[in-house]
Design a protein around this ligand. Structure first.
Ligand code: PLP
Length: 383
């Protein structure tokens, strides 16, 4: 087939993200048998480096699982494995991905109550506390970084509150892991879930789970966990540095190379500082554009995704046209989370667009993207 028309766009969406040439090439490393000693050569360092990125000391009682599929598969594994027939789940949603976590609990037949916040807001602890006392859940679903709105929740405080009521806390960290410091021993979620294709700068294909001792124990008591959503089964294989089912060996090769790069070449501190610097640059860009507003409240603005509310006369239609203009200039622009913009416009509010600044995207790439986007936005908003 002719692959010459596969366009090499620079991705500024919120995942998947830009893949470095070295990581693309690592996809060509030899395939291997997933129950063979060759597998350990890749997964040995993958498991160790994931624990390091999560701030886990060597003697940590958190267990790491690499789960085939994407982030949603890791989230579904948590829902299936941590709530039994007599348990109530409380889902806390500040946007589309909180809604996804809720949906997973409902579709898996869990008794589920939802606590919702307005899009663009972070959760607040007072209303969470009231909901915990009303619903008395055994499991609470939280979002660390809401990718649809660019809002980062104060998860550590929420987890502490959840624990004070005796419930388990499951945290969706899909779009932030690898782009910001994570200190699991301090945050203490019972399970933390993420994926490869966002801030880790890899293709999609693995969900990742970090399970604490209470989650491990709970999963052993929950019936009907399915098989590929059974946390206990995943952890059993992970103890042998394996995946439960056949992994994508190209991705495993890429992941071994990329995690080693993150930890031993770029360095975590530099990586996290780069994300903050990219975010600040994007904020400065937005603040210099007449009428455009950062959607997330100050203090809760994501280090990996910025969501921007656009002024009149811009609507979703124009944002979609801007996407095509940017494509012609070599970029994939994100014209906002579809359902959110439909809801916003339905409520007479202005829509949003998003800029992903995560993974291996560099400051030079951000600068070039913004230099291209600025005139396009100005021209479109001039009507
Ligand atoms: C992307 C994303 C997901 C979904 O992850 P997949 O890997 O696409 O399954 C879930 N939660 C958040 C916060 C996300 O950004």
């Amino acid at each position: 087939m002719n692959t010459n028309d596969f366009t090499d766009l620079k991705l500024f969406i919120t995942g998947p993200t830009y893949i470095r040439p070295e990581v693309r090439q690592a996809g060509c490393l030899p395939e291997f048998g997933h129950r063979d000693s060759e597998a350990v050569k890749r997964f040995g360092s993958i498991f160790t480096n994931l624990a390091t990125l999560a701030g886990l000391p060597e003697d940590s009682d958190y267990k790491v699982a690499v789960i085939n599929g994407s982030g949603t598969c890791a989230m579904e594994t948590a829902v299936r494995s941590l709530a039994g027939p007599d348990d109530t789940v409380l889902s806390v949603s500040i946007g589309a991905f909180g809604d996804l976590f809720h949906k997973l609990a409902v579709l898996n037949g869990k008794r589920t109550e939802a606590l919702h916040y307005e899009p663009g807001q972070a959760m607040d602890l007072a209303s969470l506390e009231r909901a915990l006392d009303e619903v008395k859940p055994s499991l609470v679903l939280l979002t660390h970084n809401e990718t649809s709105t660019g809002v980062t929740n104060d998860v550590a405080a929420a987890v502490a509150l959840v624990h004070s009521r005796g419930a388990l806390a499951a945290v969706d960290g899909v779009s932030i892991f690898g782009g910001a410091p994570l200190d699991l021993p301090t945050m203490q979620p019972d399970i933390y879930l993420t994926a490869t294709q966002k801030s880790l700068g890899l293709p999609a294909g693995f969900g990742l789970a970090f399970a604490g001792p209470k989650a491990v124990a709970k999963a052993e008591t929950v019936p009907n966990k399915g098989w590929i959503t059974d946390l206990t089964a995943h952890l059993g294989r992970a103890a042998k540095l394996q995946t439960l089912t056949t992994p994508n060996t190209s991705l495993a090769n890429q992941m071994a190379v990329q995690l080693d790069y993150i930890i031993n070449e770029e360095g975590m501190e530099k990586r996290f500082a780069r994300h903050i610097a990219m975010r600040d640059r994007v904020h400065e860009f937005v603040n210099n554009l007449d009428g455009f507003e950062l959607f997330a409240p100050e203090g809760y603005r994501s280090p990996t995704v910025t969501c921007v509310q656009v002024p009149e006369p811009l609507k979703t239609v124009q944002l979609k046209a801007i996407k095509e203009t940017m494509r012609d200039k070599g970029y994939l622009f994100d014209p906002g989370y579809g359902k959110l913009n439909t809801a916003m416009e339905g409520a007479g509010k202005q829509p949003v667009f998003r800029i992903g600044h995560m993974g291996d995207t560099s400051m030079a790439m951000v600068d070039a993207f913004l230099a291209t986007l600025g005139p396009v936005l100005k021209e479109a908003s001039a009507g």
